[in-house]
Design a protein around this ligand. Structure first.
Ligand SMILES: Nc1ncnc2c1ncn2[C@@H]1O[C@H](COP(=O)(O)OP(=O)(O)OP(=O)(O)O)[C@@H](O)[C@H]1O
Ligand SMILES: [Mg+2]
Length: 607
């Protein structure tokens, strides 16, 4: 009988296998950089020409290889990193398959130079399309240099398949960043042709993020830190306003390995529930450390997928760690409470007076304009803690001209009466509330702040007990499109839970019979429009229905720009805002507060 099954020649088998590991120049970059890291390098240089199609070279100062290992490393399944099957479940290195060098050598012209510290001379090996061309001794520094020339020179179809140079370069940059970010202790240089694209001296993780992402990122990220038996988490997450329309800066590393994991990504996103502008995604740079025995990395040749033994617990720990970090990064931490040295010396230069009287709020403490606002019940103590620090006023001499100008009521003139005795808040264009804080001037966006307050109190109430409702004197009717009608119908019970009594009135019409007390003075129809808008934009799966509802109610219930506020109302809004869990942002990710540091104001007056 004729034999039709044949064992493929080695070279062909290697080429096929190479397809899995080496898909494009960036794959070579990834494999070579990872090998340098596994070799303990502290300095790594990457050079690429023509987006890696002509040349990719990686030079490191790692431990190098002996002449025998240098030859062996091109054999398939030749690795120094694991020895037995059991080791597969305790992987401490980035590589372990012993495939990368063989795969690269199968599809390119490779020159390897390598030397260990203990050897006097290094070894050079030339290998082209898996064909060994020669080995010789070379003088060199300790470490390894690997040049990969003319990738896919022997598979023209693959070479033609590569994308244009700028796309391939972008892939290389992506891989470079995925290796450089989690290894700030290693110095990297990346030349593309003659251009030095990245020069990254040794740094801390935060500095490395800044080196790569740019200076602006420094003030826009917050620390996330957690240590439990199951997992260590260290890293930084972008504040809500740094969220992007496109998924971009999302870096998750497990035991120093870049991974993609939709489940853990979801955990991080959940922590932002109700904070991100619709359609945007959070940025993060998070390093997770887990017991190597509790994960399986051997899922995919590129090793960007991992199976976790304790996935559900990791999810919960990660979500809560990010949430906590986010809570702590409220405005309180954005503001520099310590006066700068410049400010201190300024104070010292002002002649000291014996009677020092810091401005204080003089609103009637029993007066509560939000009396019917159930949110008033919420977290009174937390409020005190949150804003005391913020609102504290340094002992500043009476003569301080800035104090006078900003916060003391004019002695005569039209405003004198309005401000007399209650000179702690100022409403700008009926839109912003100005208040003094230790480090300067605080500007609150009244609408964004009120949205945050309402959102948190609604969410709290939905969670705890339900929202008290009020029968409408004049029930409102409204009509919507057919699809919107179906959507509203599907959620009719959810609306009841939050205090809306909605009745179907014909195929596309509804009557509002009751509204939550908190919204009794607002147009209920606006709420349903808001709800439909958010729901369609965000999609049912992204955010819980309670969050959607709380957002919609907050949006339609919040005080709008152009609404005059009394001192007491501003004061209550201020207190309520800082009683919130996340006072710094509206539920739609808009900042609620900005500060103008005194030093900046002073600076503007410099001649
Ligand atoms: N830059 C380097 N410095 C020192 N040794 C290296 C270097 N690059 C490769 N090696 C050696 O060559 C071996 C083979 O490398 P290769 O990348 O093919 O496999 P691996 O890293 O073990 O596993 P994987 O295929 O998962 O990357 C490594 O195990 C290592 O011993
Ligand atoms: Mg490797």
């Amino acid at each position: 009988m004729e034999q039709i099954i044949r064992v493929l020649p080695d070279a062909l088998a290697n080429q096929i296998a190479a397809g899995e590991v080496v898909q494009r120049p960036a794959s070579v970059v990834k494999e070579l950089l990872e090998n340098s890291i596994d070799a303990g390098a502290t300095e790594i240089k990457l050079i690429s020409i023509q987006s890696g199609k002509s040349l990719i070279q990686v030079i490191d100062n790692g431990k190098g290889m002996s002449p025998i290992d240098a030859r062996l490393c091109f054999e398939r399944h030749a690795t120094s990193k694991i020895k037995a099957t059991n080791d597969l479940f305790n992987i401490q290195t980035l590589g372990f398959r012993g495939e990368a060098m063989a795969s690269i050598a199968a599809v390119a012209q490779v020159t390897l130079q390598t030397k260990r510290d203990e050897d006097e001379l290094g070894t050079e090996i030339i290998i082209e399309g898996n064909e060994f061309k020669g080995q010789s001794a070379v003088p060199m520094n300790s470490g390894t240099s690997i040049s990969v020339k003319n990738l896919f020179f022997n598979i023209p179809a693959r070479r033609n398949f590569l994308k244009n140079d700028s796309i391939e370069l972008q892939h290389i940059i992506d891989e470079f960043i995925r290796v450089a970010l989690p290894n700030p202790q290693i110095a990297f240089q990346f030349y593309h042709g003659d251009r030095l694209l990245y020069s990254l001296p040794e740094a801390t993780l935060k500095k490395r993020i800044v080196q790569i992402m740019g200076d602006k990122v420094a003030e826009n990220i917050f620390l996330v830190e957690e240590n439990t038996n199951l997992i260590g988490i260290h890293g930084f997450v972008g504040k809500p306003h740094m969220a992007k329309k496109k998924r971009g800066d999302q870096y998750l590393f497990v035991n120093n390995r870049f991974i993609k994991d939709a489940y853990l990504h979801h955990a991080i996103s959940t922590a932002f529930d109700g904070l991100l502008p619709d359609g945007t995604h959070p940025s993060y740079f998070l390093m997770l450390t887990v017991d190597p025995q509790s994960i399986d990395v051997n899922v995919h040749p590129t090793k960007t997928e991992i199976k976790f033994e304790h996935a559900a617990s990791l999810y919960a720990i990660l979500a809560s760690a990010v949430k906590r970090g986010l809570g702590q990064t409220s405005v309180v931490s954005q503001i520099d409470f310590q006066p700068s040295s410049e400010f201190e010396s300024y104070i010292q230069s002002v002649p000291q007076q014996s009677s020092v009287s810091p401005p204080r709020t003089s609103a009637n403490p029993d007066y509560n304009p939000f009396q019917n606002d159930p949110s008033y019940r919420y977290r009174q103590e937390q409020s005190a803690k949150n804003w005391e620090k913020l609102y504290q006023v340094e002992d500043i001499p009476d003569e301080d001209p800035i104090q006078k100008a900003l916060f003391q009521a004019p002695e005569k003139g039209p405003k004198a009466d309005a401000l007399a005795g209650t000179n702690s808040f100022f409403q700008l264009h009926y839109t912003y509330i100005l208040a003094q804080v230790k480090s300067g001037l605080l500007v609150i966006d009244q609408q964004a702040a009120h949205e945050r307050i309402l959102f948190e109190s609604f969410k709290g109430m939905l969670h705890d007990s339900g929202i008290p409702r009020q029968k409408c004197l004049f029930p409102a009717t409204f009509e919507v499109s057919k699809s919107d009608a179906l959507l509203l119908e599907a959620h009719i019970n959810d609306f009841i839970d939050v205090g809306f009594e909605l009745e179907i009135f014909g195929e596309q019409s509804f009557i509002v019979q009751s509204v939550p007390t908190l919204l009794e003075n607002h147009d209920p129809i606006q709420f349903f429009q808001e709800f439909l808008h958010l729901f369609k934009e965000k999609g049912a799966h992204e955010v819980s229905i309670t969050t959607q509802l709380a957002k919609s109610m907050a949006k339609s219930g919040a005080v709008k720009p152009g609404t005059p506020l009394q001192q007491e109302e501003m004061s209550a809004l201020f207190d309520h805002l800082f009683a919130c869990e996340t006072p710094g942002f509206s539920p739609f990710g808009k900042p609620t507060v900005v500060t103008l540091p005194l030093t900046e104001i002073q600076h503007k007056f410099q001649p």
